[in-house]
Design a protein around this ligand. Structure first.
Ligand SMILES: [Zn+2]
Ligand SMILES: [Zn+2]
Length: 346
């Protein structure tokens, strides 16, 4: 079979002929149908996520068809359409036993960590517990969105808790922000206010379920949210940009007793300023949570929402490349906007 492999940092991937892997006990062999090209893949190539073992096969956002199963695998059969959860956790530590496998210190990511062979290939083998059935109404290309962006937005909503009737603000409506909007709506949010820096981004968030938009380049979003909620503030706010202004905005726009999820990431220091910390934050007794990745137990829940049409992945546009054009796909992923997914179709 063909696999696109990285042989050294900062070199183009090469298309290598390698043996089709054999699924071991408890494993499933997939024929890869679609594999997302991700920013973290480029980090591996550039050496920002260093590896020790080469050659390495990237690819952690994978959908495909079950080709064969190893011993002890009863839940899948050849021909099943599936997607993967790339996080392989230990299953034994206190976090795994508590369902918080995203916090497992031994957790390793398929396609990103040493020796974890990914989906930039015609076939891949992985533990059956990391494989989920793709609903019939989700295409292979759309299924890539589940692990690439939906899972993070969905986990944020589950972790912080969105209840029926809640008013929600989402600061930053790129691809993950739009998944937060969709997931919040699927959990019963009545009113979702999108906040971003351009009218076009705010418009783009509407089909995902954003009811209103606030252009933060024109108005102070916190004052605007307070005005639009009669001075009350929102029940739940999400920062999906990881910037000082968006984190402060999310916390500042909460009602008394509100909840803020900090989804955005940054590698630069963040210093927060609250002019009136006492009245603006402390007296409100707000709950805040950082958000990291997603949990295995959330995938069956996402599948049910997808099957029921409560979350619609057809809204996300994608550009596909054959495996042979993997280097062009990687280049394109650097250029394209966040809302567009670059997908390899081996
Ligand atoms: Zn990714
Ligand atoms: Zn663990």
């Amino acid at each position: 079979m063909k696999a696109a492999r990285l042989h050294a940092v900062e070199t183009p991937l090469s298309i290598d002929e390698v043996p089709i892997p054999q699924p071991g006990p408890g494993e499933v062999l997939l024929q890869v149908k679609a594999c997302g090209v991700c920013t973290s893949d480029r980090y591996v190539i550039k050496g920002r996520r260093p590896l020790k073992i080469y050659p390495h096969t990237l690819g952690h956002e994978v959908t495909g068809v079950v080709a064969s199963v190893g011993d002890d695998v009863a839940e899948f059969r050849p021909g099943d359409r599936v997607f993967i959860n790339p996080m392989v956790s230990c299953g034994r530590c206190e976090w795994c036993l508590d369902g918080q496998d995203n916090l497992c210190a031994q957790g390793r990511l398929i396609g990103l960590d040493d020796g974890m062979v990914g989906g930039y290939a015609e076939y891949m083998s992985l533990p059956a517990k990391n494989v989920h059935r793709l609903p019939d109404n989700v295409t292979f290309e759309q299924g890539v969105i589940i692990t690439s962006i939906l899972a993070t937005g969905f986990h944020a909503v589950r972790k912080i808790g969105v209840d029926a009737g809640d008013t929600v603000a989402v600061f930053g409506v790129g691809a993950i922000g739009c998944c937060v909007v969709q997931s919040a709506k699927a959990h019963g949010a009545t009113r979702v206010i999108a906040v971003d820096l351009s009218d076009s981004k705010l418009e783009r968030a509407r089909p995902y379920g954003a009811d209103e938009g606030i252009n933060a380049s024109l108005v102070d979003p916190v004052a605007e949210i307070m005005a639009r909620t009669s001075g009350r503030g929102v029940d739940v706010a999400f920062d999906v940009a990881g910037e000082k202004a968006t984190i402060e905005g999310a916390i500042g726009s909460l009602r008394r007793g509100g909840r803020a999820a900090l989804v955005g990431c940054t590698f630069t220091p963040v210093h927060l300023d609250f002019e009136d910390y006492f009245r603006g934050v402390a007296c409100k007794e707000v709950t805040m949570s950082t958000i990291f990745a997603y949990q295995a137990r959330e995938f069956p829940l996402m599948v049910e929402l997808l099957r029921a049409g409560k979350i619609d992945l057809s809204l996300y546009s994608a550009i596909t490349f054959p495996l042979a054009e993997v280097n062009a796909a990687l280049e394109a992923s650097e250029r394209e906007t966040e809302a567009v997914r670059i997908i390899l179709t081996p």
